[in-house]
Ligand binder design. Sequence first.
Ligand code: MEV
Length: 318
Amino acid sequence: MVICSAPGKVILFGEHAVVYGMPALAAAIEKRTYVTVQANISDKIKINSADSSGMVSIPIENLGAPSKDTYRYVKRAVYLTFQHQGKRTGLDIEIESRIPPASGLGSSAAVTVAAILAVSVALGNPLDKKTISSLAHRVEIDVQGAASPTDTSTSTFGGIQFIEPGKIVTYLDSPLNLVVGYSGMKRSTKVLVENVRKIKEKYPPIMDPIIQAIGKITEEGKMKIIENDLGAIGELMNLNQGLLDSLGVSNRILWNLVYSARDAGAFGAKLTGAGGGGCMIALVNDDPEKVIAAIEKEGCKAFYAPISKEGVKIEGDK
Ligand code: MEV
């Protein structure tokens, strides 16, 4: 039996624009998903979860069929790992996630990444992080139709990453203090990415410069993180939030949380991830409590989100 875990993430700059080749800056956070895998002698993959999703049992030969249920990422992850390893076996898979689902915090990427490592260990050939990251990105593309490598790469490697699609990822070391506010509204990344594509195709001369401006903000954000210029990082987050609104992915609740955080003294605040609900982040000083209280006053949950330097890992193997 092997237990693997992988962290969730927040996107500091560049969500959506990264789908169109712009860079993104993302950070892994100390909220993880745990996947336990045990090989069995049946020809079935049994998946269960500590939340209320229930148990499913799929014959191995049906694993490649398109799926729409809650375990679609895990099924695809198992399928592609079997293909990559050229081996397959019956498996009992147990999932425990501490990342709020469908909230922009990378829960799908985390379960995918942790499952790929755990299945590869169960097959007797643990995969390296580069391979895990690339297989996990393929899973997201297959399940969502379009996906950048941002979430899967951040969950695999951990830390803060500057991601330029198709290029080598750069790691930044910075002690950023972040607060996450959760609107409580679940939403679908697939639908939001699709909506941005539609508005982009409708008004190319307007939307293309907005996407490019987000790319410039991300590049500038990288410099300011290296310089540890918190005021400028916050200002750039605010600019990014305005442009995300113009892509149509912010909403009233997210803006309320963003303004509450800014009024409570945050250096800057913006939605994080696909938007449309989900979460926002605020850059704070050493004392996050004031910003957390301001978000909670809006009736939403908030938590301090230390950056996780560790990506995917084996928690135990017996
Ligand atoms: C989702 O966490 C981030 C998006 O940019 C989609 C992606 O990068 O695949 C909205």
